[in-house]
Design a protein around this ligand. Sequence first.
Ligand SMILES: [Zn+2]
Ligand SMILES: [Zn+2]
Length: 451
Amino acid sequence: MKINFKVLGGGTEIGANSYLISFNDVNVVLDAGLHPRARGVSSFPDYDSIKNLNIEHLIISHAHTDHLGALPYFLKFFPSAKIYSTKPTLSFAEVMLSNTTKILKQEFELEFDKSTISNYKEETLDIIPMIMKRYDYNEKVFLNEKISFEFFDAGHILGSASVLINAGGKKIFYTGDINLRNQSLIPKADLPGHKIDILITESTNCATEDYPDYKNEMTRLASFINRVINKGGSVLIPSFALGKAQELLMRVHTLMRKNEIPHVPVYYSPMSKAINDIYDDYNYTVNRIKRGFKLSEIEINILKRMDYYKGDFYKHPSIIIATSGMMMPRTASYILARQFLPRANFGIAVCGYCDPETPGYLIKNSKPYETLYFNMYDQGVEAKCEIGNFRFSSHSRKEELEGMIEHLNPETIIIVHGDEIAINSLGSHTVKKYPDKRIIAPDKGKVYKLS
Ligand SMILES: [Zn+2]
Ligand SMILES: [Zn+2]
């Protein structure tokens, strides 16, 4: 069987992740992501270059925007393709895509050709849950008599999946976003128990050799929160709405339950709350660290717009978990950060990656009392509050991916979903250890013959 691979987006970057893999004349697209920071048409995968192919299948690994956000755009090109995901991913699709639509509309309203986003409309969003086919982990799905696939739990967020494709006896494993460590809600990934032929792996965290472990970060976070609260201030924790917010809420709850931090009010974004409810719907049916535990058991206050300037947390020490993670302009975490920065007794705990072009990056790397300017018209705001940096990534560490490669022992390894440093770092280690294996850091748009 002839197998070809082509990156449509998100090869040597974390962006509009989408890959074409062809088995003779059967074309399967893996993921349809939207670049979270690119603008206009360049934030979408390059479906124009494959529009004359017969694309019959799209497999979505999980519901993060960089894997799902371009689905309406994909449907513009391939309206009759079959779409496959796990059940929780389907449940998240509605919340995530309607949020993406809101953001795209604001952006395209101002400067871009609106026909690009013509499919981001209610009619399409309503149809998507009806046309998506949903499956359990390890349920066999046949694309034809020779090609089948199954989802494996990827341990990244609720419903996240790796994909094992069996094409005429050849086994291809696409990791999606994968975490080989237990988080606070979601247990670590489940891998196939046998050798595979072709591995397509993410490499998000591979730029850092000694990535801190969760336990260490929990201790640091607890002392940060204690320091700020003892000064009478509140702590802002900027967070992505899906996955990260739930894990961080659980971590804060665990610290309170163990009396490692005081029992102060917790504020939480409405969108993250909507996602909590979906987590709770699957508290028995999908594998969890604490089976049956519901996030609704944790007492939270929903963060309202009027709280941004006048919330009780300006008077009483509190913890605010607010979107977005990178403090993008106009979001709750950005507006709150601007209010927190000049208050010396307050704190901002940055708990994840921030792209260099975001306000989050500026805040994370600021020096005490530095004046920060977030755009060219900005009058500036002084960074007097305490700023902490923590790493609670939901991706595997480099050494864990190396362990996975050893376990799966593939002949061909394709490294994607990382910046160039990360891809080179995992690639050069693998080349040294396995000189006989074929290792590919694929260029966008180039077709790689895999067999
Ligand atoms: Zn993800
Ligand atoms: Zn991703």
